[in-house]
Design a protein around this ligand. Structure first.
Ligand code: KIV
Ligand code: ZN
Length: 390
C-alpha cells in the first residue's frame, strides 16, 4: 500500500508575505475554499499575531473551511503569539499550533544573541504552554539545513519530549541540495522513530537555488510524511515548494516514490488561476504544471508525434490538472499533420490533396509572417481560401 503524504498549503501565510501579494479577508476565504476543493489536508492560514486583519482572516478561514481541513497558523515561541493562534483557530475541527524558532548558529548568535541552551529552553517552554491549549503542536526548527546536526537533534528531542506532535524541518533560505537534504531527513527520521514513532516528520523548502521541489521529493524518499508547499510556488524571495509540482511528481512517478496524496489534481489549475487573479502576480509561461505553455507543443516533430499518440511527448494529460486538452500552437515548423488536425478541429474537411497543398502553402506564408498561428487564423485562412475559390 502506498504511503499518503500529508499536504499542508501555506500560500496564505508564507506565500502572502510576498510584496504585492496582500489579500483581504474576503479574498483569503475565497482562496481557502478553493484549497478545500483541492482537498489539501492542512492549511496554514496566516500569522495572527502580526495584525488584527490577519487574526480575523485566520478566524474566518477556521470557521468556513475548518470543518474538513485541518487549520494551523504561525506563532513565534512566545506566549502572546501562541495565544493569538489558539484564539483564531480554536473553532476548527482539527486545529494545531505552529511554533517556529531558529536552530542554526547564525540565528542563535546573530538573531537572538543568546546561548544555544537558552534558545532551546525557550522552544521547550513554548511547546509546553501550547500543549495546555491544544493537543497538537508543530515545531519548526528554522534554518534547520544550516544548523549543526547534534544541536538540531537535541532541540527536536527536547521539544518532542515536551509534547510536539509534528516536527517541521525547514530549508529556510533554500540552501540545501537534494542528496544532502535527503540524508538529513533520513538521519532525523531514524532517530525520531526510536524516540516517538507517532510524531509526524515534515519538511518546508524554499526555492533560492531552484531546488525546492527536488529537495522536498528527496525528503519524501527519505521518510518525510508531511510537506509544506504553496500554489504556484508563491513565497518569500524565489518562493516555496510548489504544491502542484510535488503532487504531480508523486502521481506521475508513483512507482518510484510509492507515495500518493489526497489532492484532487483536476482542481490544480483553477487554484493557480485564482491565486493569479487575486494577487495579480502572473505565473511564468514555462512554469511546470500551471504555466501557460506547460501543455503547449509548437515544434513540428513533437506535434506530429503527439497526433500519432499523445504518450510520445506527454507524461501527463492536461485534463489531469484541470487544463483543456493539449494545445498545438502552429508555427512555420509545424508539419502537414498538425495543420490538417487544426483544419479538422475547426470543423472543416481537408478536401482533395491538391486543395490541401494550396492551403498548406498559404499556411506556411502566414506562419512566416505571423510566427504563431492560432485556431482563429486557421479558420480565416480556410474560409477565405474557399470563398475566393468559388
Ligand atoms: O521558511 C521557514 O523557515 C518558515 C518557517 C516558519 C517554517 O517559513
Ligand atoms: Zn518559509
Amino acid at each position: 500500500m502506498n504511503r499518503k503524504i500529508i499536504m499542508l498549503d501555506t500560500t496564505l501565510r508564507d506565500g502572502e508575505q510576498v510584496p504585492g501579494a496582500k489579500l483581504n479577508v474576503h479574498q483569503k476565504v475565497e482562496f481557502a475554499q478553493q484549497l478545500k476543493r483541492l482537498q489539501v489536508d492542512m492549511i496554514e492560514a496566516g500569522f495572527p499575531a502580526s495584525s488584527e486583519g490577519d487574526f480575523q482572516a485566520v478566524q474566518e478561514i477556521a470557521r468556513s473551511v475548518g470543518d474538513t481541513v485541518s487549520i494551523t497558523a504561525l506563532a513565534r515561541a512566545v506566549k502572546g503569539d501562541i495565544d493569538a493562534v489558539y484564539n483564531s483557530i480554536k473553532l476548527a475541527q482539527d486545529p494545531f499550533i505552529h511554533i517556529v524558532l531558529g536552530t542554526s548558529d547564525i540565528h542563535v548568535e546573530k538573531k537572538f544573541n543568546r546561548s544555544k541552551d537558552a534558545v532551546m529552553q525557550q522552544g521547550v517552554d513554548a511547546v509546553k504552554y501550547a500543549k495546555t491549549l491544544m493537543p497538537h503542536v508543530q515545531y519548526s526548527t528554522e534554518d534547520a539545513s544550516r544548523s549543526e546536526f547534534e544541536y538540531l537533534w537535541k532541540t527536536i528531542e527536547a521539544v518532542v519530549k515536551a509534547g510536539a506532535t509534528i516536527i517541521n524541518v525547514p530549508d529556510t533560505v533554500g540552501y540545501a541540495v537534494p542528496e544532502e537534504f535527503g540524508e538529513l531527513i533520513r538521519k532525523i527520521n531514524d532517530r525520531l522513530k526510536n524516540l516517538n514513532p507517532d510524531v509526524i516528520l515534515s519538511v518546508h523548502c524554499h526555492n533560492d537555488l531552484g531546488l525546492a521541489t527536488a529537495n522536498t521529493l528527496a525528503a519524501i524518499k527519505n521518510g518525510a510524511q508531511k510537506v509544506e508547499c504553496t500554489i504556484n510556488g508563491l513565497g518569500e524571495r524565489a518562493g516555496n515548494t510548489s504544491l502542484e509540482e510535488v503532487v504531480m511528481a508523486l502521481k506521475v512517478r508513483e512507482n518510484y516514490y510509492q507515495c500518493g496524496t489526497n489532492i484532487k489534481t483536476t482542481e490544480l489549475l483553477r487554484a493557480s488561476r485564482l491565486l493569479t487573479y487575486l494577487t495579480g502576480l502572473d505565473v511564468q509561461v514555462n512554469k511546470a504544471i500551471t504555466g501557460d505553455n506547460a501543455f503547449a507543443h509548437s515544434s513540428g516533430i513533437h506535434q506530429d508525434g503527439l497526433l500519432k499518440d499523445k504518450q510520445v511527448y506527454e507524461i501527463m494529460s492536461p485534463e489531469e490538472v484541470g487544463a483543456d486538452s493539449m494545445e498545438l500552437i502552429l508555427t512555420a515548423r509545424s508539419g502537414r499533420h498538425a495543420f490538417k488536425n487544426a483544419v479538422e478541429r475547426m470543423g472543416f474537411s481537408v478536401g482533395e490533396e491538391e486543395e490541401f497543398e494550396q492551403l498548406f502553402a498559404k499556411f506556411l506564408t502566414l506562419a512566416d509572417a505571423k510566427k504563431e498561428v492560432y485556431d482563429h487564423d486557421v479558420f480565416y485562412l480556410v474560409t477565405n481560401h474557399r470563398t475566393l475559390d468559388t
